[in-house]
Design a protein around this ligand. Structure first.
Ligand code: PEP
Length: 257
């Protein structure tokens, strides 16, 4: 089963219209070294339409960082998945740990958002991952397994869904999980994919992915790409992470970090 690599940028609450030159610069930096991978940029919603046009012109994808459950209605401040699609998105991140922790989002809500994404024709990027306390208590698999099952959209098919394994303690901290832990968690998630379609499921790793650790992470068999926060804010560092996806094509293997 071939799963196309996906390297996704999560800009979080960073970026103004004047920063969108990033997209052309990224293309120029990748040049001929561009790997065969989907390259997805998830800017703040204010930039989505403009970013999506620029992304399309440069062969990149654009995505949202969150969506509402409802398709439309009296939900002041919310954005529906259909609106994101109308603005040019192909994907939407749901259940990022910053929303689970900072906005009290439960897996029940994340599941409803993933269903809304699929209804609108978007690919949901469902984020799951344990806290450090949960890992230290030996509960990493139990917690991520519960999140995966409870966040999975009803009638969802693995090929239409992306899962991002993001250990909470590795996001924005400069700490990454060891290659052995990443490999074990990704294999666990693939085996646990609801409906048994794990072979078709793209599983991204997220958590302080940077130019100097990306090649080792992306070379792991069950790692199908990366969700990148901090290192996606500069075209130079994001291009370096994307270029590291060449390690998948060449089948390189790296010692544990
Ligand atoms: C993220 O935002 O999902 C993320 C993984 O951030 P960072 O790369 O900064 O840890």
């Amino acid at each position: 089963m071939t799963r196309r690599t996906l390297i996704a940028a999560n800009w979080k609450m960073h970026g103004l219209r004047g920063d969108l030159g990033f997209i052309g610069e990224l293309d120029a930096r990748l040049g001929a070294a561009r790997p065969d991978a989907g390259i997805l940029i998830c800017p703040p919603a204010t930039l989505l339409a403009e970013a999506a046009s620029a992304c399309a012109a440069h062969g990149f994808l654009a995505g949202g960082q969150d969506c509402a459950v409802a398709d439309s209605g009296a939900f002041t401040g919310d954005l529906s998945a259909g609106m994101l699609r109308d603005a040019g998105a192909s994907h939407v991140i749901v259940g990022h740990s910053e929303r689970r922790a900072g906005h009290g989002e439960t897996s029940v809500l994340v599941k409803a958002k993933a269903e809304a994404a699929l209804r609108a024709g978007l690919t949901p990027v469902i984020c799951i991952g344990e806290t450090l306390a949960e890992r230290d208590a030996g509960r990493a698999e139990a917690v991520t397994g519960e999140q995966l099952a409870a966040s999975w959209p009803a009638r969802g098919v693995a090929k239409d869904i992306v899962v991002a394994y993001e250990p909470v303690w590795a996001i924005g901290t400069g700490r990454t999980a060891s290659l052995a832990d990443i490999a074990a968690m990704h294999a666990f998630i693939r085996a646990a994919a609801p409906g048994g379609g794990g072979a078709a499921l793209r599983i991204l790793y997220g958590g302080s992915v940077k130019p100097d650790n990306a090649a080792g992470i992306l070379a792991l068999d069950d790692v199908d790409g990366a969700l990148v926060g901090g290192a996606s804010l500069q075209a130079a560092s994001f291009a370096a992470v994307i270029s590291a996806a060449q390690s998948r094509r060449h089948g390189l293997r790296f010692a544990d970090n």
